[in-house]
Design a protein around this ligand. Structure first.
Ligand code: TPP
Ligand code: MG
Length: 1038
C-alpha cells in the first residue's frame, strides 16, 4: 500500500524544481524537455495499470519518454501525449495496431486518439512480462548455458531449467522448446502466448540486446537473450549491487555481434593452443611415468592467461604476480612465464644434483620471476609465479601481499601497474576457507590490490571426488559473490568464448579495480596425476572423456573450415613447436646441477653479493644516540598536528610516556616506538598489521590517534618523525589469521628493506594460520631459497585468563627449529652468533625487557640477511613497573642480549650459589619477587634466556661454568609438555656435556594450556615457585 502511494505521488505532475531534484544526473535531457511538456495529470486511480509493480515500469517509460518521446514504444508515446493533452481518466491509452513480424512501421502509423477505449491492461502486462523475461535471463540464464564440454554434467549441479526461462535444455529439440514456451506462456508464468512471439516490445534501458534498436519482436528478444546468456558463456552478475557495473557487464555480453575475432587473433589463439597441447604431449612422450599434473582437458588455460596478460598490459600493467596450484603449472611456466624449456626438462632428470643450500621442492611447486617483452603489446612485462606448497589455496593471500608490496614500492596507488592473477582448482576453490578470507581482504584500504583476476580450472572433479560430494553451492565459484565479483562461466571447448571472457575480465579489472572470476568449465583427460586410474571412480565420465576430441583438434578444424588457416600451416605450427621442445630437451642434457636459485619468485637486487651471499657476517650495534631516542620519545608522547583533540585518557597515557622519556627510560610501547621510529629514519618501511594493532589489543600502543571532535580524522605521529623518513603503515586487519599472516608474508617477500610485522590478538590464535607457518615461514628458505624477514608478535603469558589467551604455543615453534639438540657447535668460531642466525630457519625470542625487544627488532633489519622472527610478547609486562629499560642500555655500542645473566648478589660470589635457575620471559619477574621474599639472593642465581633459538650455547656455557657448585634447573610457567622445556633441556645438557642433570620447576603436563580457574592458576604458580626455591626439591631424584 505504501509502495502504491509512493508511486502515485511520483506520477503526479512535477514542478520544475521537483524535477531537478528527482531526476538523476544522467537524465539531463528530461529536465529540459519537461519545460515544454504540459504535466502528466491523469488521476492515478483511473488507470488501473498505474498500481503495484507495474507503476515502476510505467515510471521508467515516462522518464524515457520525457527524455525522448521516440525512445518509447509508440503506444506509450500516444498514451503520455494524450494524458498531457488532458485526456479524461481511463481514456489516454490507445492499443497499438496488431503487428506482423518486422512490421514496426505499423506502430509508426498509429495515431494518438484521445478518448479511444484502450486494452491497457494487456499492453502493460505484456511489457512487464517481457521485462521480467529479460531479467530472468540476466539472472538465471547461466543455469542453462551449455558449459560442460562433455555435455553430460551440469556446471551448477542442477539439471532443471529455471521456471522463468523459456530456453529448453536441449535447444535443438524444437518440440521441447515449444512445449516449454507453451508452459510458460499460455496462461502460465508470463501470461504471453505463442501469438505474442511476433509482437514488438519496447526494450527497457537495462538491456543491450537491441543494439541500435529500441524495440524488438518477442521472438527476437528470446533469441538474443539465448545468444547472450545460454550458449557457451554463463554470466553471473546480477547480485552485484552497483547499477553501473551491471550495465557494463550487460553491454559486454548482450550487444549483438560483440564477440568478433579477427583472423589474426584466431591464428594467435590457435598457435597458443598448439603450444599448450604439444607441451603436455612432449612431456608425456619423454617421461610417461612421471607425475606432472598435466593440463589435458583444459589446454585453453594457456591462451586464457595470455589474453588476460595481453589485455592488462595494453591497459598499462607491467608486472603480473601469479599464484597457482599443481594443475598445469609446468605448462604455465613454459608457455606463459616463458621459463627456459631446458630448465623445466632437466628437472625430470633424477640424477641432477642440487647446487644450493636447502632441501628444495618438487618441480610443480617452484616459483619463477621473468622480465620480458609482451609480443602482443610490445611493452615490457614482468611475470612472477609465487612458489607454493601442496596446500591448495594457501598461496592466495601470499600472492596478494606480494602484489600489494610491489604496488606500494612503485607508488602504484590504484593498481594500474601491478596486478595479480590467482588460479584455482574447482574443488579447492569451493572447499578451502582461505579463499573466503582472501576475498575479504580484497577491498580493505590497507590490503586491497585493486582487483585480482581469478581463473578456476573447473575440471568438475577433485582427485576422485565428484562436485556433488565436494560442495553445497551450485558453482565452485559462489564464494566470490560475497565481494560482488562478477563470475564468467565458460565452456573451455569454445576457445573463442574463453578468450572473450578473459578479455572482459581484464577490462573489468582495469575499469573497476575489483576482483573478477573466470570459471573455465573443462574436464581432466587423465587421472588426478598421470599415474592415476580415473575409471575406478568416474567410469561413465571417463568413457565420455575417451570419446572427447581434444580442443586443439576441434578448433583447428573450425579454422580450417573457415579458411583462417590451412591444414599445412597448422601442421607446420605443430612441428615448429615440437622442434623447439626437442632442441631444448637436447640442451637439458647438458645441465648437471639444479640451481634452485634460478627458480626465485622475488629477487632482491643489490641486497646480497652477486653470488647470493650476505655482504658481511656481522651485525652493527643496534643502539641509538641519546638525541634520537629523545626525539622519538617526544613525538611518541605528543600530538604532532594542530587543533587535534585526543581522548582525555590518552592524554594521560602520552603524559606518562613523556615522563618516561624525561627519566630516560622506556616501557614496552616506547621501546617499540624507538625501534620503529629509528628504522623509519634509516629508510626502512615498516608495516604492522593484525587485529586491532593500531591501538594495541592491550591498549598500550596507540599508534593512531583519533580526533574526538571530527569523524574519521586521525593522526599517526610515527609518520611525523623525520623529514624524508620512510612511511609507516599500521593497519587493523580483518578478523582473519590465515589470510592476514599469509598476506604479510607475501608483503615481506617483496623487499628486504622493510620490517613487516604481524601481531596476533593473542598468541594462540596463530594456529588458525598454521599452514602459513608450517608451509611457508618455517621451511620457506629451505624449499625455495627465498629468505623472509617477517616478524610474528605473539602475546603470550599465563595470567589466569583461562585455557585460551594464555599460550602462544612456544613448544611448536621450538620443535620446528632446525638446530641439532645433540651437537655442540664450534663455540670458538668467529661471529658464532651471526653464523648461527644465518644457518637457522627462524629466530625465536622471548624478551624480558623492553630494551631487548627494541634491540631485537632493530637487529632484524641490521642483519645482512633475513630470517623470520617469532617473538613471544608480554601482556602484564606491558605495564609492569619493573619492566623498564634505561636509555643507557639502548645507546650506541649496545646490542640485543641473547642471554641476560644474573647480575645480583649471586653473581658476586658465584661459588656460593646452590642453584642456577634458567628461565625466559615474564616468569623472571615472579622468580625475582619470590627470591626476594625468601631472602635467597645469594643462593639462587637466575639467568634469562632471551633468544631461545638459535640456542645460545656459548653464553649458557659461560653461565654454567660461572656457578660451579650450583645445580641447574629450568623454570617455566607453562605446563611441562608445553613451553620451552623439551627444547631447552637437551641443548642445555649438550652444552655441559651432560655433566649434570637439568631439573624442572614448572606446571605438570596437561592437555589444556591453562586452567580456567583463577584460584587453581595461583596455586599452580605458587607450587612452581616453591619448587624453584626449595633447594631440596630434587634431592630425592639425584
Ligand atoms: C589443503 C589441501 N588438502 C588436500 C590436498 C590433497 N589434494 C591434492 S589435489 C586435490 C584435489 C584438488 O582438486 P581441484 O581443486 O579440483 O584441482 P584439480 O586437481 O582437479 O585440478 C586434493 C584433495 C591438498 N593438496 N591441499
Ligand atoms: Mg578439479
Amino acid at each position: 500500500m505504501f509502495h502504491l502511494r509512493t508511486c502515485a505521488a511520483k506520477l503526479r505532475p512535477l514542478t520544475a524544481s521537483q524535477t531537478a531534484k528527482t531526476l538523476s544526473p544522467n537524465r539531463p535531457a528530461a529536465a529540459r524537455t519537461l519545460g515544454q511538456v504540459r504535466c502528466y495529470s491523469a488521476p492515478v486511480a483511473a488507470e488501473p495499470f498505474l498500481s503495484g509493480t507495474s507503476s515502476n515500469y510505467v515510471e521508467e517509460m515516462y522518464y524515457a519518454w520525457l527524455e525522448n518521446p521516440k525512445s518509447v514504444h509508440k503506444s506509450w508515446d500516444i498514451f503520455f501525449r494524450n494524458t498531457n493533452a488532458g485526456a479524461p481518466p481511463g481514456t489516454a491509452y490507445q492499443s497499438p495496431l496488431p503487428l506482423s513480424p518486422g512490421s514496426l512501421s505499423a506502430v509508426a502509423r498509429a495515431q494518438p486518439l484521445v478518448g479511444a477505449q484502450p486494452n491497457v491492461d494487456k499492453l502493460v502486462e505484456d511489457h512487464l512480462a517481457v521485462q521480467s523475461l529479460i531479467r530472468a535471463y540476466q539472472i538465471r540464464g547461466h543455469h542453462v548455458a551449455q558449459l560442460d564440454p562433455l555435455g553430460i554434467l551440469d556446471a551448477d549441479l542442477d539439471s532443471s531449467v529455471p521456471a522463468d526461462i523459456i530456453s529448453s535444455t536441449d535447444k535443438l529439440d524444437l518440440a521441447v522448446f515449444k512445449e516449454r514456451l507453451r508452459m510458460l506462456t499460455v496462461g502460465g508464468f508470463y501470461g504471453l502466448d505463442e501469438s505474442d512471439l511476433d509482437k514488438v516490445f519496447h526494450l527497457p534501458t537495462t538491456t543491450f540486446i537491441g543494439g541500435q534498436e529500441s524495440a524488438l519482436p518477442l521472438r527476437e528478444i528470446i533469441r538474443r537473450l539465448e545468444m547472450a546468456y545460454c550458449q557457451h558463456i554463463g554470466v553471473e552478475f546480477m547480485f552485484i549491487n552497483d547499477l553501473e557495473q551491471c550495465q557494463w557487464i550487460r553491454r559486454k555480453f548482450e550487444t549483438p555481434g560483440v564477440m568478433q575475432f579477427t583472423s589474426e587473433e584466431k591464428r594467435t589463439l590457435l598457435a597458443r593452443l598448439v603450444r599448450s597441447t604439444r607441451f603436455e604431449e612432449f612431456l608425456q612422450r619423454k617421461w610417461s611415468s612421471e607425475k606432472r599434473f598435466g593440463l589435458e582437458g583444459c589446454e585453453v588455460l594457456i591462451p586464457a592467461l595470455k589474453t588476460i596478460i595481453d589485455k592488462s598490459s595494453e591497459n598499462g600493467v607491467d608486472y603480473v604476480i601469479m599464484g597457482m596450484p599443481h594443475r598445469g603449472r609446468l605448462n604455465v611456466l613454459a608457455n606463459v612465464i616463458r621459463k627456459e624449456l631446458e630448465q623445466i626438462f632437466c628437472q625430470f632428470d633424477s640424477k641432477l644434483e642440487a647446487a644450493d643450500e636447502g632441501s628444495g621442492d618438487v618441480k610443480y611447486h617452484l616459483g619463477m620471476y621473468h622480465r620480458r617483452i609482451n609480443r602482443v603489446t610490445d611493452r615490457n612485462i614482468t611475470l612472477s609465479l609465487v612458489a607454493n606448497p601442496s596446500h591448495l589455496e594457501a598461496a592466495d593471500p601470499v600472492v596478494m601481499g606480494k602484489t600489494k608490496a610491489e604496488q606500494f614500492y612503485c607508488g602504484d596507488t590504484e593498481g594500474k601497474k601491478v596486478m595479480s592473477i590467482l588460479l584455482h582448482g574447482d574443488a579447492a576453490f569451493a572447499g578451502q576457507g582461505i579463499v573466503y578470507e582472501t576475498f575479504h581482504l580484497s577491498d580493505l584500504p590497507s590490503y586491497t590490490t585493486h582487483g585480482t583476476v581469478h581463473v578456476v580450472v573447473n575440471n568438475q572433479i577433485g582427485f576422485t571426488t565428484d562436485p556433488r560430494m565436494a560442495r553445497s553451492s551450485p558453482y565452485p565459484t559462489d564464494v566470490a559473490r560475497v565481494v560482488n565479483a562478477p563470475i564468467f562461466h565458460v565452456n573451455s571447448d569454445d576457445p573463442e568464448a574463453v578468450m572473450y571472457v578473459c578479455k572482459v575480465a581484464a577490462e573489468w579489472r582495469s575499469t573497476f579495480h575489483k576482483d573478477v572470476v573466470v570459471d573455465l568449465v573443462c574436464y581432466r583427460r587423465n587421472g588426478h596425476n598421470e599415474m592415476d586410474e580415473p575409471m575406478f571412480t568416474q567410469p561413465l565420465m571417463y568413457k565420455q572423456i575417451r570419446k572427447q576430441k581434444p580442443v586443439l583438434q576441434k578448433y583447428a578444424e573450425l579454422l580450417v573450415s573457415q579458411g583462417v588457416v590451412n591444414q599445412p600451416e597448422y601442421e607446420e605450427e605443430i612441428s615448429k613447436y615440437d622442434r623447439i621442445c626437442e632442441e631444448a630437451f637436447a640442451r637439458s642434457k647438458d645441465e648437471k646441477i639444479l640451481h634452485i636459485k634460478h627458480w626465485l619468485d622475488s629477487p632482491w637486487p643489490g641486497f646480497f653479493t652477486l653470488d647470493g651471499q650476505p655482504r658481511s657476517m656481522s651485525c652493527p650495534s643496534t643502539g641509538l644516540t641519546e638525541d634520537v631516542l629523545t626525539h622519538i620519545g617526544n613525538v611518541a608522547s605528543s600530538v604532532p598536528v594542530e587543533n587535534f583533540t585526543i581522548h582525555g585518557g590518552l592524554s594521560r597515557i602520552l603524559k606518562t610516556r613523556g615522563e618516561l622519556v624525561k627519566n630516560r627510560t622506556v616501557d614496552w610501547a616506547l621501546a617499540e616506538y624507538m625501534a620503529f621510529g629509528s628504522l623509519l629514519k634509516e629508510g626502512i618501511h615498516i608495516r604492522l598489521s593484525g587485529q586491532d594493532v593500531e591501538r594495541g589489543t592491550f591498549s598500550h600502543r596507540h599508534h593512531v590517534l583519533h580526533d574526538q571532535n571530527v569523524d574519521k580524522r586521525t593522526c599517526i605521529p610515527m609518520n611525523h618523525l623525520w623529514p624524508n623518513q620512510a612511511p609507516y603503515t599500521v593497519c587493523n586487519s580483518s578478523l582473519s589469521e590465515y589470510g592476514v599472516l599469509g598476506f604479510e608474508l607475501g608483503f615481506a617477500m617483496a623487499s628486504p628493506n622493510a620490517l613487516v610485522l604481524w601481531e596476533a590478538q593473542f598468541g594462540d590464535f596463530h594456529n588458525t594460520a598454521q599452514c602459513i607457518i608450517d608451509q611457508f615461514i618455517c621451511p620457506g628458505q629451505a624449499k625455495w631459497v627465498r629468505q623472509n624477514g617477517i616478524v610474528l608478535l605473539l602475546p603470550h603469558g599465563m595470567e589466569g585468563m583461562g585455557p585460551e589467551h594464555s599460550s602462544a604455543r612456544p613448544e611448536r615453534f621450538l620443535q620446528m627449529c632446525n638446530d641439532d639438540p645433540d651437537v655442540l657447535p664450534d663455540l670458538k668460531e668467529a661471529n658464532f652468533d651471526i653464523n648461527q642466525l644465518y644457518d637457522c630457519n627462524w629466530v625465536v625470542v622471548n624478551c624480558s625487557t623492553p630494551g631487548n625487544f627494541f634491540h631485537v627488532l632493530r637487529r632484524q633489519i641490521l642483519l645482512p640477511f633475513r630470517k623470520p622472527l617469532i617473538i613471544f610478547t608480554p601482556k602484564s609486562l606491558l605495564r609492569h613497573p619493573e619492566a623498564r629499560t634505561s636509555f643507557d642500555e639502548m645507546l650506541p655500542g649496545t646490542h640485543f642480549q641473547r642471554v641476560i645473566p644474573e647480575d645480583g648478589p649471586a653473581a658476586q660470589n658465584p661459588e656460593n650459589v646452590q642453584r642456577l635457575l634458567f628461565c625466559t620471559g615474564k616468569v623472571y619477574y615472579d622468580l625475582t619477587r619470590e627470591r626476594k621474599a625468601r631472602g635467597m639472593a645469594e643462593q639462587v642465581a637466575i639467568t634469562r634466556l632471551e633468544q631461545l633459538s638459535p640456542f645460545p650455547f656459548d653464553l649458557l656455557l659461560q653461565e654454567v661454568q660461572k656457578y660451579p657448585n650450583a645445580e641447574l634447573a629450568w623454570c617455566q610457567e607453562e605446563h611441562k609438555n608445553q613451553g620451552y622445556y623439551d627444547y631447552v633441556k637437551p641443548r642445555l645438557r649438550t652444552t655441559i656435556s651432560r655433566a649434570k642433570p637439568v631439573w624442572y620447576a614448572g606446571r605438570d603436563p596437561a592437555a589444556a594450556p591453562a586452567t580456567g580457574n583463577k584460584k587453581t592458576h595461583l596455586t599452580e604458580l605458587q607450587r612452581l615457585l616453591d619448587t624453584a626455591f626449595d633447594l631440596d626439591a630434587f634431592k630425592n631424584f639425584s
